[in-house]
Design a protein around this ligand. Structure first.
Ligand code: PT3
Length: 382
């Protein structure tokens, strides 16, 4: 039954009461800590297919680089974060409150810097050059070869390689792949790329075409809307099958679960009364955002767009800590609430920890070596 509309004065009173009723609750809910994982902004292709008439020299900075559009996207995300967390983060940057880590890749490092320019413009005593509304903020990194946190997928893991092979053979994967078999057969002649693996089709055919489309290059005549739709669906299947479709929990322990464990440790530390840390930011890739979301079982199956951002907030309410997660994957819409399966949108920290425990590796190197192949267990294959 629909409620009858309230007459003017009565309606105003109703909204006032509602605001008052919500007010004290909202005040009692205290944001304590925020962590986020985002994808870098728009970039040039990383590689392309042999028949592509658009070569690396067509891109102002060559392959794999953040474009000016990518810088704008991250500056915009930084402005959004300033609006969302401005009060919580004080008027400007404080080193003991903030930590930023990026993969050691130009586009992720530059994205973090563009973002921070908008998030932490100098204010008051932080102004060091009146003509420049910018201050340096440290962005930490480790070499890609040593990155055991953000540069997903971790390929140096024999058990994971075994799971990838099992996935390709699984009924579920084959069922999903079947409708595209004829289309895949047509690709080598058109693109000159002969690989049949989905990751190759994604990174060497779909991705460069997508980048070229964004930058208004003329695409080859065989690249119709329907071709792009099929290539996108195959790329989505590639990413989904990387972390899921077959033994998702076990794969997560070897991939995104490492980051889940790190985030949970930070949440627990932030819940200590002496903690001064308020923000930890991770600048990374589509494969990082999706790997984290697959481990948390909240992935929507769509390739994470440029500058998409997974937010995790820790609140203190009536003596209990809660985690809330949001996904900002478009600028025209407020971030979408993500609910950890088995919990409520605002999930008690203890319950969150219990629910994610199965995807957090206890000993990643050892778990990676437990394969059905004895050579790997003996450390011969790695
Ligand atoms: O565009 O987000 C992306 C890709 O992950 C890209 O940044 C990349 O580095 N791909 C190589 C595999 C990590």
């Amino acid at each position: 039954m629909r409620a009858a509309p309230l007459p003017g004065a009565q309606a105003a009173g109703f909204w006032f009461l509602l605001a008052y009723w919500r007010g004290p609750g909202a005040a009692a809910r205290d944001l304590r800590f925020v962590t986020m994982v985002f994808r870098h902004g728009d970039r040039s292709p990383i590689e392309t297919f042999p028949n592509d008439p658009i070569k690396e020299s067509s891109w102002p900075q060559g392959f794999g680089q953040l474009t000016q559009l990518g810088m704008e996207q991250h500056y915009e995300l930084g402005q959004y974060l300033r609006r969302r967390y401005g009060k919580f983060l004080n008027e400007s940057y404080k080193h003991e409150q903030v930590y930023i880590r990026s993969t050691d890749v130009d586009r992720t490092l530059m994205s973090a810097l563009a973002n921070l320019a908008a998030l932490f413009p100098p204010e008051g005593i932080s102004v060091w050059n009146p003509n420049l509304p910018w201050q340096p903020i440290p962005v930490h990194t480790v070499p890609v070869s040593e990155d055991q946190l953000l540069y997903l997928p971790f390929r140096n893991c024999p058990r994971f390689q075994e799971l990838e092979k099992e996935t390709l053979k699984s009924k579920e994967f084959q069922k999903r792949l079947h409708p595209y078999k004829d289309f895949i057969e047509t690709l080598p002649k058109l693109s000159g790329y002969h690989g049949q693996d989905l990751f190759g089709i994604w990174s060497r055919v779909y991705d460069p075409l997508f980048c070229e489309g964004v930058h208004n290059f003329t695409l080859p005549s065989w690249v119709t809307g329907d071709t792009m739709a099929k290539l996108r669906e195959l790329s989505e299947l590639s990413l989904l099958s990387l972390y899921g479709i077959h033994k998702q929990k076990e794969k997560s322990r070897l991939q995104g679960g490492v980051l889940v464990g790190e985030v949970l440790n930070h949440m627990r530390s932030a819940a200590q009364p002496a903690s001064r840390r308020r923000l930890i930011m991770y600048s990374a890739h589509d494969t990082t955002v999706s790997g984290l979301q697959m481990a948390l079982d909240v992935y929507n199956g769509i390739l994470p767009p440029y500058a998409s951002c997974h937010l995790m907030e820790l609140y203190l309410e009536k003596g209990e800590y809660f985690i809330e997660m949001y996904y900002r994957n478009e600028t025209q819409h407020e971030p979408h609430t993500l609910t950890l399966p088995g919990c409520t949108p605002s999930c008690p920290l203890m319950r969150f920890a219990k629910l994610v425990a199965p995807v957090i590796p206890k000993d990643w190197p050892t778990e990676c070596m437990i394969t059905t192949n004895h050579q790997a267990t003996n450390g011969i294959v790695c």
